[in-house]
Write a protein that binds this ligand. Structure first.
Ligand code: PGA
Length: 249
């Protein structure tokens, strides 16, 4: 199992040509390394094309969302099977933008997690508190509730990863401090240990990661990778973050 997972969440950015260029650049920089896994999560429309040009032994492919039903009359939605059929290994579930902008509830997140795990996709479950929740000292209870609800009925952890993304740090240029990340990742780690009796579940940090702060954040105990938005669209920045992880191995 790799030591670090460096994941790029491209969000609703890039047309297909731009996506191919980014992917080509990543390929030309990256060799195969078993200690650090690189993952890109481009928009749905690019997945099938990118899976044809990506060497999946060097770069893994993931989606940013999925529907929880297997198939049927769900206009505009994408299923787990569809993702698997185009070479996706991973799916991001419960990102705060899905929760706040698209009304995704904890119950929906739970159904998605259950079904994706059942189908064999690797799940990156996102959790995180708002600024108001942090300032009123409710971070741990908010995270605990999100974890309780998202993981209700989940009994396998093999393909489960958790991304801690403070909502106030996403896309704001404001990163959580080393102390905050350390404390929160410690809390999540204890939760997972108590709940599943294992500390092998990867915990990623996300929120304004960049090439300058990557090494410091990745060296915090219980941080096993990053979920990177903005900086993942610039290959040189993404590679630099990836290299920071390599240096720590
Ligand atoms: P950011 O986004 O790196 O642009 O802050 C992180 C995320 O939303 O996953």
């Amino acid at each position: 199992m790799s030591k670090y997972l460096i994941a790029g969440n491209w969000k609703m950015n890039t047309n297909l040509d731009e996506a191919k260029k980014i992917t080509d650049s990543l390929h030309s920089f990256i060799g195969f390394d078993s200690e650090v896994e690189m993952l890109i999560c481009p928009p749905f429309t690019h997945l099938v094309f990118l899976s044809e040009i990506i060497d999946l032994s060097r770069i893994s492919l993931g989606a940013q969302n999925v529907h929880y039903e297997e198939k049927g009359a769900f206009t505009g939605e994408i299923s787990n099977e569809m993702l698997l059929s185009v070479g996706c290994e991973y799916v991001i579930i419960g990102h705060s933008e899905r929760r706040t902008l698209f009304g995704e509830t904890d119950e929906m997140v739970n159904k998605k997690v259950m079904n994706s795990l059942k189908t064999g996709l690797r799940v990156i479950l996102c959790i995180g508190e708002t600024l108001e929740e942090r300032e009123s000292d409710n971070t741990n209870s908010v995270l605990e509730t999100q974890l309780n609800k998202a993981l209700l009925g989940v009994d396998t952890t093999i393909n489960l990863k958790i991304a801690y993304e403070p909502v106030w740090a996403i896309g704001t240029g404001r990163t959580a401090s080393v102390e905050q990340i350390s404390e929160t990742h410690g809390f999540i780690s204890n939760y997972l240990n108590n709940r599943f009796g294992t500390n092998t579940i990867k915990k990623l940090y996300g929120g304004s990661m960049n090439s300058e702060n990557a090494k410091e954040i990745l060296s915090i105990p219980n941080v096993n990778g990053d979920l990177i938005g903005g900086a993942s669209l610039k290959p040189e920045n993404f590679i630099s973050i990836y290299n920071s992880a390599l240096e720590l191995c």
